[in-house]
Structures are given as C-alpha cells and as structure tokens.
Design a protein around this ligand. Structure first.
Ligand SMILES: [Zn+2]
Length: 453
C-alpha cells in the first residue's frame, strides 16, 4: 500500500469547523485514505514509514476543493456568447454548438475541463451533461473522468417536454433506460471515483410524472438528482404561469424533494420555497460567478444559511464563467453577498470554506468522506503555494486562500491517494498535446455549427 507524508505546511483540516489552522501541521496518507493529521512536526515513525515525503513549506494544505456544478462540454463554447442573458445565451451558442459536437469532441472538451479543475485545486467535480445526440456521449465524458484521475459525479441531463429545444428532447423511457445502463456500467468502475446520477435539466423542460419516477429510482439505485432551479426571473414566471406554483413549491408538491436532490442556482426563491427546501434537506448549489456573468441576480445565500440549508459552491459551465477556477469562486461568493446585503460581514472566508467543503461533500453524496482532513476520510488533498507576491505576507491562511490565491497558485493535487498534479503540472497527461487537439476540434465544431466572429 502506498503511503505519503505531507509536512512543514500550514494545515487547515476543516474537520467540523474551518477556523483551526495547524502552523505547521502534517497529514499522513495510507492507500486511498487519510490515516493521521496533527499539529507540529510529524512523528518520526510516520516519516520512516512514508513511501514519499512532500514538504509544504510556505504552502497551505487543504481538503481538495469540490466543484458541485458544471457542464464540461462548454469548454468548447468559452467566449462564444459573452454578454447575454440566459435564454439568449442558450440560443446563440450553447444549443447550436452542442448539436455540432461529436462523441470525440465531448471526450476532449470534458478532458480539458477536468484537467483545468484539477490544476485549479478541485479534486471533486459534478458535471451535468445534457447533450444526448448519441447514447455514447455520456460514456465519452465518463471515460475522460476516469482517465483524468478526478473524482466525478456525472449527472445525466435530459428534457422531456416543451418548451425546451426539440432537438434535445427525449422520451421518459429513453431517459430511464439510458441512465440505468450508465449507472450499471460506471458506478462501480474506476475505484468508485466515477458515478452517474439523474440530471433533469429544469422544471420547465421536465414532466412531473418522470420526476416522481426518478425520485423513487434514485433511492433504489442510491444516486443523486441534479436540477437547475429558479435561475432567472423569466423561468420562474414560466413555471408559475403553467402550474400556478413557483418552481421549488412545484417540486415539493410533486413529493420528490429530499436530501438526494441538488438544486442549482436558486437565485429567485421566496420564503415559503426556502422553508420547503430546508424541511426536505436538499442541497443548494450556488454559482456566484455565473449568476453575475448572465446577470441572473443575487441569491439570498445568508437566508439559506439561517435556515440551515446545506450550500455547495460551483463554477457552472465554462460557457458562463468562463473558467473553472474554484479559488476565484470562493472570492466572488463572499463578495457577491457583501454587495447584495450591503454588509461587509455577510460571508467571511471561514463561511465560504464551510460551504465549499460541507455543502460540496453533501452534493457529491460523500458527506463525512471528502471535504475534510481527518483520519478515515478519502485522501483528496490540495496544496496551494502562498509564497507569491500577490498573496504574501500571510496574516490568515483562510483570508489568503479566499481573497488572494487563484488556481495558478495550486502546487499539488492528490485524489484517492494518487498525486495528479505536482509543481502545478499534470502527471500522466500531455497537456500541450491536449490543448492543441482541443483547439483544432473546437475550430471544426464552430465551422460545422456556423458560428462566426
Ligand atoms: Zn448549469
């Protein structure tokens, strides 16, 4: 069994709270699990047992970041539809681009997206893939996840009713049959790193009876359900006009919401909806940068916190961010709430870390297993270099991480006990070759889709 000792760095264990820092501290890994964590110098017995020792001097050792919502095929759409609101952004680039992508494109787009996530310190990524033009598209994304070394949850996205784009529409039978196949093929592969779950896209494109079937099967198959909810005001109005209920209330009245559901965005919830979500135990996934980019609005994150709603953080797809840098997301999450509430203390760095780890672990269905450096937890670890002019001098590592550091400062990334990134470089993946291949494939896709500057 491999064993690895990380020592001499500042360690933020995030074990139950996010204020504690061991300066210095140590973390010892055995196989795919964390075996010991402590303050001070590592005991001699660990140093002599370790197969490898990493010195994290001048660096901070944190649990791997958890990116709880993205759509990685959109790496090929970066910058194609800047400066538009959600529904026009979908029509201008995302839908036509997605229809022109091949299975190989989906593999490459996901691969460069997983690589970017890893290099920016995210060890866990939840990607919703909703372009099922070939039944093998999802397998291509899952294969990229397996190959990249990341821990992935892949929500199989679908729409099964108007007014969603007709070319993306599937029948409920197709959705259930294909999700069942993917769960069977992938959920016990890659050492448990890659798992598929349900991904109904949006209330206004999904039938109520299918959602009820999915809610039942999710329990049976032990998987999650990932859905966009109340991202923009026009969408809330669509559901309200059609059903007489706002979207979270509609889902709750269908009887589907529970702790398996991950509700993405929730920018426009009323008090009744927040109470219902809190009672159901569902997790909200907050995407601050995307909400700003698409001018969707400022969600009431502090109100969710008051109600004890688990809140995970995410980049959203590369088409509406346009990066996958979770350290940047941490800063924007705190800043957006400050400006939204006109209260500089609305969210502190420690609060934001609690969300990305506590809420993120729940979203991934791995509560207590990831998002903390504790004995028995999975060995998912990120080491960030704080000895940089834009970070130093460091007074508080939590503040430095949230307000100063960015993805380029990530030095080492470990997933399941395996080192994926070392010295800021991917191990076992030819990055330059991948970037060149993606550029070529994306240019062909843009021309097939008729997308021009
Ligand atoms: Zn999204």
């Amino acid at each position: 069994m491999t064993s690895l000792l990380i020592q001499n760095g500042a360690v933020i264990p995030c074990n139950g709270e996010t204020r504690t820092t061991f300066t210095p501290g140590y973390v010892f890994l055995r196989g795919d699990r964390i075996a010991e964590v402590g303050a001070g110098q590592a005991p001699e017995r660990l140093a002599s047992e370790a197969g490898e020792i990493i010195s994290a001097e001048g660096q901070v050792v944190i649990p791997g970041l958890i990116n709880a919502h993205t759509h990685l095929f959109q790496t090929f759409m970066r910058g194609l539809a800047d400066d538009k609101p959600l529904l026009r952004w979908l029509e201008a680039a995302i839908w036509p681009g997605a229809l022109a992508m091949t299975e190989e494109d989906f593999y490459l787009a996901a691969m460069i997206g997983f690589v970017e996530n890893l290099k920016c310190g995210a060890t866990s990524v939840l990607s919703q893939h909703y372009v099922q033009t070939s039944p093998r598209n999802m397998d291509a994304v899952a294969e990229a996840a397996r190959r990249s070394g990341v821990r992935a949850r892949l929500a199989r996205g679908y729409a099964d009713r108007d007014p969603y784009h007709p070319k993306f529409m599937e029948t409920p039978e197709q959705v259930l049959r294909e999700t069942e196949r993917l769960v069977r093929v992938w959920n016990h592969s890659a050492g448990g790193r890659v798992r598929v779950e349900f991904g109904p896209l949006i209330p206004w494109g999904c039938r109520g009876d299918t959602l009820q079937t999915i809610a039942r099967l999710a329990k049976e198959w032990d998987v999650g359900v990932h859905i966009h909810l109340a991202e923009t005001q026009p969408e809330v109005k669509m559901t309200l006009d059609e059903t007489g209920a706002r979207p979270a209330r509609w889902l709750d009245e269908l009887g589907v919401l529970d702790e398996r559901w991950q509700l993405v965005h929730c920018v426009w919830l009323d008090d009744d909806e927040m109470d219902r979500i809190a009672a159901a135990g569902s997790t909200i996934v907050h995407c601050a940068v995307s909400n700003m980019y698409l001018a969707s609005g400022t969600p009431a994150v502090t109100e969710w916190c008051k109600r004890g709603i688990p809140t995970a953080l995410a980049t959203d797809g590369p088409g509406s961010n346009n990066s996958q840098d979770m350290l940047e997301v941490l800063k924007f999450t705190a800043c957006l709430q400050k400006v939204g509430t006109l209260d500089a203390t609305a969210l502190l760095p420690e609060d934001v870390l609690e969300m990305v780890y506590g809420g993120g672990a729940k979203a991934m269905g791995l509560d207590g297993q990831i998002g903390q450096l504790a004995p028995g937890a999975l060995a998912d670890i990120t080491i960030v270099n704080l000895r940089k002019p834009h970070v130093s001098p460091v007074f508080s590592p939590q503040s430095a991480l949230v307000y100063n550091a960015n993805g380029n400062d990530v030095d080492t990334v470990i997933v399941n006990g395996e080192v994926s990134v070392r010295g800021g470089q991917m191990m076992n993946i030819d990055e330059a070759g991948l970037i060149a291949e993606c550029q070529k494939a994306a240019e062909k896709m843009w021309s097939r889709a008729g997308i021009r500057k």
